[in-house]
Design a protein around this ligand. Sequence first.
Ligand SMILES: [Zn+2]
Length: 149
Amino acid sequence: MEFRSYMDQALIEARVAAARGEVPVGAVVVAPSGEVVARAGNRTRELCDPTAHAEVLALRAACAAAGSERLLGHDLYVTLEPCPMCAAAIANARIARLYYGASDPKSGGVAQGPRIFAHTQCHHVPDVYDGIAALEAERLLKEFFAAKR
Ligand SMILES: [Zn+2]
């Protein structure tokens, strides 16, 4: 099957999050059929919830739609390297492939910091593809934080 990136849809969610005043990070979950089953952007401020990261919200919605706490064969696209909390949630959800955009030296938990998937306590490790549309994801974040100053 031909590879198709869903990062453009995650970037749309990131832009919508920025418009809400949230840190512009977006995520989509794709079923094995290629159908997008969940999409979300950060909502930590709106929901007063420090766990309301785009990845967590997308995983919750996809699990609710699937009627299962596991998303076997599903892929997750997110515009920014997941933090340790989201990386753990991705492992717990048994996501098959993780595609992310910009790396996050400050809060990332996949390629740096805690490197969640490298821990022996991590029971499921997705295939990880980084740097997907990274420049656009970085540009959104830089613009957002520049406007805050
Ligand atoms: Zn996170």
